[in-house]
Design a protein around this ligand. Sequence first.
Ligand SMILES: Cc1ncc(COP(=O)(O)O)c(CNc2co[nH]c2=O)c1O
Length: 415
Amino acid sequence: MGHAESEVLDVERIREDFPILQREFGGEQVVYLDNAATTQTPEPVVETIADYYRTTNANVHRGLHQLSQEASVAYEDAHDRVAEFIGASGEREEIVFTKNTTESENLVAYAWGLNELGPEDEVVLTEMEHHASLVTWQQIAKKTGATCRYIRVDEDGTLDMDHAREIITDDTAMVSVVHVSNTLGTVNPVSELADIAHDHDSYIFVDGAQSVPNRPVDVEAIDADFLAFSGHKMAGPTGIGVLYGKKHILEEMEPYLYGGEMIKKVTFEDASWNDLPWKFEAGTPVIAQGIALAEACDYLDDIGMERIQRHEEQLAQYTLEQLREEGDVETYGPSVGTERGGLVSFNLDSVHAHDLSSILNDSAVAIRAGDHCTQPLHDKMGVPASARASFYIYNTREEVDKLVSAIDDARQLFA
Ligand SMILES: Cc1ncc(COP(=O)(O)O)c(CNc2co[nH]c2=O)c1O
């Protein structure tokens, strides 16, 4: 693609890689602002999947024939590429391909939590956690007798770090924290939380679903013990997620899915496990998706993760400014000018988020409405649902203007 070394994204050039953005509904070109749910897939990634099935498709790890060897090399190398993307020096041994972020969270909760947690242990979460983390650790705590505690979120949508330092103690076995909230846009100080967790000999699991696709993330700089994210949120396909884990921790963990690929030796009495990361990849893995995720890493790195972060934040700040002009829109999360991820959740007075989303759809503006899998946070916010606009590399200020105009249509409709 070759991006000029400019400070800004060449959005028009990028949009050429996404034919879906040319689609029209009711004569209006789609304005896709639901990227926190899933991003669109650029042609180079689509072609990678198609080429795999056209030329290289075979099962991996075991075949001695040429096709299987080619597929195996591509699949295994994809782990190294993903490791490089997040700064994991342990390469493929620290990268497990799963189905999605949710499965990555469950892998650690079952393979580590179910074996290591007990009634004397505590798991510290935040009030802004996604259900993928919150429900998972909540249920594992119920199964093991452990206790879940929640770091408070302040009125302005930021984490109460004094409360974090108070409730992370020597009883804490795991801190599980979202890096960027998919509802508030809050960017949490995960490095500081990792220091606090490690001071108390606790692990830290960072939910990177809304950070890895959208900003530079260096797992070793954060010192995360685990990190999870999804391919479909970073210009990759659905069906592929990633669990990063420090090698020495993954080596000590028992697998939680058994079957082929993940074994070394099997007898009628017992079995021994394969090397990392294959120990955690039972059965036929997500081959095409893994190879395509590596292509997505190339695509994003070619643009530049710092540029992507700046682009998204500028669109989010512009949206905040526009929405607050009318005075009848409540926005959530950090205030204008404060760092946030590339999303804005909001409510329009007297219009339920679901109704607003439907009306915006009449103008081909696609946003998300609901609880964004953060029901406890919405309870705390005092609203049953919120509307959310979330941005990516192909969105423009003109699209924000279309969003604001469609909201005004809703305002008039309900006036
Ligand atoms: C912070 C966060 N964690 C975990 C997940 C789960 O990712 P998955 O396993 O790939 O589904 C999501 C998905 N968030 C959203 C999915 O749809 N709208 C959203 O906000 C998320 O935003």
